[in-house]
Design a protein around this ligand. Structure first.
Ligand code: 1GP
Length: 241
């Protein structure tokens, strides 16, 4: 992967927080001071302008960078360090691939802070996650199909981020590695089902950036343990190469 400097290029570990879910001040404090590289704000349902503003303002008490995943123009809140615009590669219709994005840009394109916006090509691979249900993604992909999608994102379209999404379940790391093999310029994000330091380390080995979500809300201690696990694995890899 050739890394172009961007607001997210140094991120190895990220906590994804859902504006539609409750998080106490104490838990947020521990998350923001955990040593994670960034907080990513986004969710597959129930995200509004108001709950996004509220979460951003709470995270802004800390130094940790905070970015937003823009799934709906209605929740486009200014003031984040960066914005990702998801495009679901394996959704069957054009709606989640380009349709919604074009509609939103027609209205708000002139307001976009383009220097801190990155396209995010999603491959949604857990059929039971909300993102798969909402987008009706075709999730049972063979390794060669995954490789083809990765080529499409990286080489044909030159999207800067490929996000392999298994939200809710720990994914097939062989498939994640297969995707990574194809990338020349895109940064590979992996998210889904990370609940232990071991899983975090495996994901850090397979992907460039590890995203940890749900476990924040049901086992804070386990969530926090993933930060050091990723840090450690990255250090070992840097030592080897
Ligand atoms: C969700 O990829 C993220 O979009 C993280 O997944 O919530 O399963 O950790 P989990």
């Amino acid at each position: 992967m050739i890394a172009f400097p961007s607001f997210y290029s140094s991120w190895r570990h990220v906590f994804k927080l859902d504006p539609d879910r409750e998080i106490s001040d104490e838990a947020l404090d521990r998350i923001c001071l955990s040593g994670t590289d960034a907080i990513l704000v986004g969710g597959s349902s129930g995200v509004t302008y108001d709950n996004t503003v509220e979460l951003l303002s709470r995270v802004r008490r800390y130094e940790v960078p905070c970015a937003c995943e823009l799934t709906d123009a209605a929740s486009a809140v200014p003031g984040f360090d960066g914005y990702f615009v998801p495009m679901v590669l394996n959704a069957p219709g054009r709606d989640w691939l380009v349709g919604r994005q074009v509609e939103a840009l027609a209205d708000y394109g002139h307001l976009m802070p383009w220097e801190s916006v990155a396209g995010e090509a999603y491959l949604v691979l857990n059929p039971d996650c909300t993102a798969a249900r909402v987008t009706e993604a075709t999730t049972d992909l063979s390794p060669s199909q995954v490789a083809a999608y990765a080529q499409l994102a990286d080489k044909l379209w030159r999207v800067p981020v490929l996000y392999v999404e298994y939200s809710g379940t720990f994914g097939d790391m062989a498939l994640v590695r297969r995707a990574r093999q194809e990338l020349r310029q895109a940064q590979l994000f992996y998210g889904g089902g990370i609940r232990t330091p071991e899983q975090a380390a495996q994901a850090a080995e397979a992907a460039d950036t590890v995203v940890v979500g749900n476990v924040v809300y049901d086992d804070l201690k386990a969530a926090l343990s993933t930060v050091e696990a990723v840090r450690q694995r990255v250090k070992e890899q840097d030592h080897v190469f």
